[in-house]
Every structure is written in C-alpha cells, then in structure tokens.
Design a protein around this ligand. Structure first.
Ligand code: SAT
Ligand code: MN
Length: 595
C-alpha cells in the first residue's frame, strides 16, 4: 500500500476487502494528473487503451461485446423487507445476496491491483455533497472516476479528519491465474454480474461488469440509488435530471431541471444553444440533480458529477455543437469506431462516413459493411469544465434555485410537444405516469414502451410508491415556492414516420414559453392533459415547421388518452397500498376531464 490511511473505518474496510479479494497490490489514488498519465500509460502498454492522434490526451477503449450497457436485470435493491424495494426493483434478501456475492468476491482480484478511489459527489465541502470511496480492480474505472467525480487528496484529507463515506466495492470479476495472459476487456459472464445496493447500510457492491453505470459507482449507484434513499430519509431530492440556466433578453435567469430516461437527449438539452434571439443557455449538469430547500424556502440544485458520460452516436455539430467542443481533448471514448487517421467516429457525426475504420468490435469496417461502426451506447467521458457553455455557477456550493421541472420521454405518438401541470399534485401525476420507448442505454430490447416515472425506474433506491409520496411531501414543504411542472415530447412522429419537431436548438422555443408562464407574461389554454400554449404564444419566428405539422404536434387526441387509462391503472395498481391517495385522486380528475 502506497499511503497510510488515518480514517479507521476506511482502513479496516480496505483490509477486509484485500483479505477477501486477494489482490497482488493495493494502490490509494490521489486524483493527480501524474496518476492519470501513469494509469493510461499502463493501459496503452497492455493494449486496452488506444491513444488518438487527432485529440490530445484522448484515448479509445473497446469493451467486451457482452458488456456494453447497464444491466437492469442484474441490478438489485436489497432491503430487509422486499416491500421496501418495491415492485419496480429486483430484490434479494441482504443475507442471501451478500453470501452469493462474497463467494464471487473470494480471490476475485488475484493477479490484479486493487485501487482505492476516494471521491466527492458534488463540490468538495459543499453542504449538499457526499463522499464515497470506490475500491475497484479496474484501471479503466480509475481514469473514468478521475473525470466523472472529484478524486483528490482533499477528499482523503476530509476522510483523515474523520469524515464518513459511502463504501462502493467493485470488481470486474476476472482474476488472473499465475502466468495467465489478460484480455483487452476482462469481465464476468452476464449471469454472474451483480449490481447491488444495500440502502439500509449505505453500501454498494458491484461485480462482473466494467461498463458505465455498472462500474463507475459514483454515478447511478451512489448519486441516484443510494442517494435517493438517503434523500427520502433526510428530506431532500436526488433526481435523474439535467440542470440548465436560461437567461432572457432582459437578463432574468431561470433554472430548469429536466428528467428524461437514459439516451433521450439530456446532454443535448443541457448544452442547447437557443435559436430564439437574445436568449442564453448555460449548462450546470447533464444527468443528475441533488436538491435541497434553501434558507429562502426555494429548492436549490447542485450537479453531483464532475464530467459528462454522454452517448456518442448522434452527437454532431448539428445536434450538439457544445458537446463536440467539449470532447476535443482529455477525453475517454468507449466503443466508438477508430479511423485510419487515428480519430474516433460514430453514426450521426458530421460529414461523410470514413471509407474505412475499425469498428467497436475491433473489425475492419466500411460504409458497405451494413453494421454499426460504433455501438449505439458508445460513450465519451469528458470533464464538465471543458464545456464552452458551462455555467460560472456550476460548482456553487449552495446550488442554483430551480424554477421549472420538466418530465418527458420518447413517444412517437399521442403526447404533444408541451403541456403544463395545473398544480403540484398534477405535476406529480404527470411525472409518475411518464413513459418512454426504451433505448440502448440498458441491455435489453430497444423501442418498447414502458412507464418510467420521473425517469427513475432503473434508479430509485426504494419503493417507488414511497418515492411518489416523497414528491408530495416535498411539495408540502415548498408550498408556493415549488417549481412549476411541465411535460414535453420532442419525439412525436407523423403518420409517415418522420419527426414532427426539429428539436435541439429549437427546443428553446418551448423553454421560452415555460419561462413566460413562470413570469406571468403569457396565459394558457386548459385541456384534459394540462395547460397548453395559446395560439401565437409559442415563438415560431423563423421556425421551419409547417402550420399543419405544428397543429399535429400540439394536437390532443382525447380518445387516445382515454385508451391510456387502463395502462395507468395497472401501473398504479402495482404499488398497492404504497400508492399515495393523492395520485388516485389525480387519476380520477384526469378521467373526468377526458369526459
Ligand atoms: O451507464 S450509465 O448508467 O452511466 C448511462 C445511462 O444509462 O444514463
Ligand atoms: Mn442518465
């Protein structure tokens, strides 16, 4: 071990894990540039990292084809009573799950180094931040954690001073026997992967996967699943939301937090450059918001992360120029294609496809291959500070005051471009019934409709019925200072299958309407599903959408909505007596409005 650890709980945990996992070596990380360079050097030598000549200090990795996304089927919320995990989570009893996993962990780091990564979620020292320590046998995890979280000596300093931490144990589950040669992306077979959370003791155990949210445990595991359970106990909120600041032409600022499922454009919206003249958008976070009430009774949000783990395919100067400018250097790419001139490429990038590349599986690829050059869930890991429109207050310890909540998902039919909730309770209803067509961010089928309340289905660390109740409790606490709630759908399609709305920078038109609602500048029309823009209030100046398409995007198909009711009833029935009365009441009112 390279450092003496003064925090007794940490010291003891390191010893226990080392005894169990039997690594060859233990290394305590300090987050320095030297450490990052050293790890990359090691991975270049072993052949797992490929340096990219076109992007300074940037590297490409290829994962095992079986290990390309989160594994929701293998993700567990392990509480004493199954009821506390609720109907949306996989559950195993803590004793049983720990016993199974302990068997897997036995000797699992043989032939490898065990890295101890002290990190802060949120600015170091912010009253909203939390400290975690990840133990991992993956050097790829170490370098990604350097970017995605705050790994630093300062965190170790706080720990030395006795600060508490959330233990996050991770192993790729691929020990090496004496003399055994390593593979490029070691991991365990799918049936041996476990992404386990023990919210009753603030503990995370992950085994068998090296990819994204399965392995970078500060992100979905700590900042959402464990944090959501802590937030409920402590009276705050941990949400799957981007955070942005919109400034109107008079200089008035609005802060928006928006919840969409994985791979539905959160990163694009967070960095959007408005097409409406005079409006400015700045990014605070693209995936997670931690929110607490401030001294003035309003809700303040911080981004607990330090980087972006963004979906690469589809990202271009057309769709997200600010992301493209964030990934010019100091970036880790995973599962993209690599071009002959040593750059990355993916489907949807600007310009022509390369005549030849090496695809994400390491095979020769040409446009004629008929396969994806980049995996649909290929990712870039980039420091948030590199985003040209990162807000100057993105690391403000007290956070920014939220004015607007947006919920949504991918719906090719039915759901109009935008609507506003009548009040907080209705807002919780539209959040709780949100649904989306599934994406490649999870291993499983793509394009199936599922209800994904508040985009939290895969990330809520407790019974979602109780989670709905927590939203009502927060509303009681916030009273008339509560953010206003809206629902959007950028993905509605025409009958011939074309997207009706251009999206991206034109989404600013929708955000502008929301701000004008908040400031009382515009009214709204009442419909069964909520309040919608009055004719002429949605700024369509210079927008290239026909009047007919505009009408279709905003149309409300009452019969179609009536047909949703049985599905919403079934969805609510899953929560049994944990479903708050107030949601049942909202469903009743919705039914009445539909007539
Ligand atoms: O792999 S992650 O869970 O971090 C990405 C996502 O699904 O949003
Ligand atoms: Mn996400």
């Amino acid at each position: 071990m390279n450092v003496t650890v003064k925090n007794e709980k940490l010291n003891q945990w390191i010893r226990e894990v080392a005894d169990l996992c039997q690594p060859d070596d233990i290394y305590i990380c300090n987050g320095s540039k030297e450490e990052y360079d050293f790890m990359m050097e090691k991975m270049i030598k072993s052949g797992s990292a490929v340096p990219l000549k076109k992007r300074p200090n940037s590297f490409h990795f290829r994962s095992d084809p079986s290990d390309v996304a989160r594994v929701e089927d293998r993700t567990y919320i392990s509480t004493t009573s199954q009821d506390d995990a609720g109907p949306t989570n996989n559950w195993l009893a803590p004793d049983e799950l720990k016993k199974t996993m302990l068997d897997f962990y036995k000797g699992c780091m043989k032939g490898r180094t065990m890295y101890v990564i002290p990190f802060s979620m949120g600015p170091i020292g912010s009253p909203i931040s939390k400290i975690g320590v990840e133990i991992s046998d993956s050097p790829y995890v170490v370098v990604n954690m350097h970017i995605m979280t705050r790994v630093s000596d300062k965190v170790m300093g706080l720990l030395d001073g006795g600060a508490d931490f959330i233990p996050c144990l991770h192993s790729i589950g691929a020990p090496l026997a004496e003399g055994q040669e390593d593979v490029q992306w070691p991991c365990a077979p799918i049936e041996n992967k476990y992404i386990s959370h023990f919210p009753e003791d603030n503990l995370i155990w992950s085994y068998g996967s090296g990819y994204g949210g399965n392995a970078l445990l500060g992100k979905k595991c700590l900042a959402l699943r464990i944090a959501s359970a802590m937030a409920r106990r402590e009276g705050w909120m941990a949400e799957h939301m981007l955070i942005l600041r919109l400034t109107d032409p008079e200089g008035k600022q609005y802060h928006i937090a928006a919840a969409f499922p994985s791979a539905c454009g959160k990163t694009n919206l967070a960095m959007m450059q408005p097409s409406v003249p005079g409006w400015k958008c700045e990014c605070i976070g693209d995936d997670i918001a931690w929110m607490k009430t401030g001294p003035d009774g309003r809700l303040y949000a911080i981004n607990p992360e330090n980087g972006f783990f963004g979906v690469a395919p589809g990202t271009s100067y057309g769709t997200n120029p600010m992301a493209m400018d964030s990934i010019k250097e100091n970036v880790i790419f995973t599962n993209c294609a690599v071009t002959d001139d040593s750059d990355v490429w993916w489907e949807g990038m600007d310009g022509d496809a390369p005549a030849h590349a090496i695809d994400w599986k390491g095979n020769d690829w040409t446009p004629e291959s008929g396969t994806d050059a980049a995996h649909p869930n290929a990712r870039f890991t980039a420091p948030a500070a590199q985003c040209p429109v990162i807000c100057e207050d993105w690391e403000k310890p007290g956070g920014v005051p939220i004015d607007i909540f947006i919920f949504g998902g991918r719906r090719s039919t039915l759901v109009p471009l935008v609507s506003e909730a009548y009040n907080w309770d209705h807002g919780v209803f539209i959040g709780a019934t949100a649904g989306s067509e599934t994406t490649a961010a999870n291993i499983g089928s793509v394009g199936n409709f599922r209800r994904d309340p508040f985009a939290m289905t895969p990330f809520c660390g407790y019974n979602m019925g109780d989670y709905f109740k927590h939203w009502f409790d927060m509303g009681n606490k916030l009273g008339d200072k509560a953010p206003r709630c809206f629902y959007v759908n950028w993905f509605r399609k025409s009958e011939d299958g074309k997207f009706l709305w251009p999206g991206f920078s034109d989404n600013s038109r929708v955000l502008k309407w929301m701000c004008e609602r908040v400031s009382g500048k515009v009214g709204a029309d009442e419909t069964p599903i909520g309040l919608v823009p009055k004719d002429g209030d949605l700024d369509t100046n210079g927008l290239e959408v026909s009047a007919k398409d505009m009408k279709e995007i905003m149309s409300i198909d009452t019969d179609g909505w009536k047909a949703e009711i049985p599905d919403i009833e079934q969805h609510f029935a899953k929560f049994g007596d944990r479903l708050p009365e107030r949601l049942t009441k909202q469903l009743e009112e919705f039914r009445k409005r539909l007539g």
